[in-house]
Design a protein around this ligand. Structure first.
Ligand code: 13P
Length: 247
């Protein structure tokens, strides 16, 4: 049985005080044993939110990390820093990082390797742009992102990665992929994972859908065979996240 996961990606929202208030509000609502709930929050919110989540089974996640342990990388945060403050998981290669911060499949790969080295659960993102979808190259694009992002991983390491499929045209737009579109790509991801790591391993890897997931559409999406949960932006900042986590 693959793990069902619902991760909130707070992006660049919530000051530390606001983050504590949001985590306190959501904590009792999203407590569930049926799925793994994760809050991925801005760096400065990690320490105060870690306090709020103590004693719960909600995992704390960061939204990025650097692929070196330490050094002259002004403004960056490393895996050992995250580890020490109780972070359990990290979003890697979000399309916003690829678009605005020059993240590439190569840096994504280095970050996935580094996260695994420190026992952090990587949520590795992939997804096509609207132009790529219209050109009919969605699956090719996704296959390349998976192959490059997970390059060099052993089967055992691959099992510790969570893949998130986030079509760029559906992020923050209110335009959600249809359940069929989302399932088609998540299935294609499982096929390429099978080619890379074997069918048994591919069956163990959780694949999430992200892009305008809401209280209204979560249950339908999560019913699809190859969709094991969601990576949620806007709706993770409000009470709707309860409905999504329960879905
Ligand atoms: P929205 O849910 O706001 O569309 O964002 C999706 C996302 O980018 C999650 O990482």
């Amino acid at each position: 049985m693959r793990k069902k996961i619902v991760a909130g990606n707070w992006k660049m929202n919530k000051t530390p005080k606001e983050a504590v208030a949001l985590a306190e509000m959501l904590k009792p609502k999203v407590a569930t044993d049926n799925s793994q709930v994760i809050f991925c929050v801005p760096y400065v919110d990690l320490i105060p939110v870690a306090e709020v989540l103590k004693g719960t089974n909600i995992l704390l996640g960061a939204e990025n990390l650097h692929f070196e342990d330490k050094g002259a990388y002004t403004g960056e945060i490393s895996a050992p820093m995250l580890k020490e403050i109780g972070v359990k998981c990290v979003v890697i290669g979000h399309s916003e990082r690829r678009e605005y911060f020059a993240e590439t499949d190569e840096t994504v790969n280095k970050k996935v390797v580094k996260a695994l080295e420190y026992g952090l659960l990587p949520i590795m993102c992939c997804g096509e742009s609207l132009a790529e979808r219209e050109d009919g190259i969605t699956i090719e694009k996704i296959r390349i992102q998976i192959k490059k992002g997970m390059k060099g991983l052993s089967k055992d390491d691959a099992k510790k990665v969570v893949v998130a499929y986030e079509p760029i045209w559906a992020i923050g737009t209110g335009r959600v992929a249809t359940t069929e579109q989302a399932q088609e790509v998540c299935h294609a991801i499982r096929v390429v994972l099978g080619e890379l790591f074997g069918e048994d391993t591919a069956q163990e890897i959780s694949i999430l859908y992200g892009g305008s997931v809401s209280a209204a559409n979560a249950a339908e999406l999560f019913k699809m065979e190859d969709i094991d949960g969601g990576l949620v932006g806007g709706a993770s900042l409000k009470e709707d996240f309860e409905v999504i986590a329960k879905a």
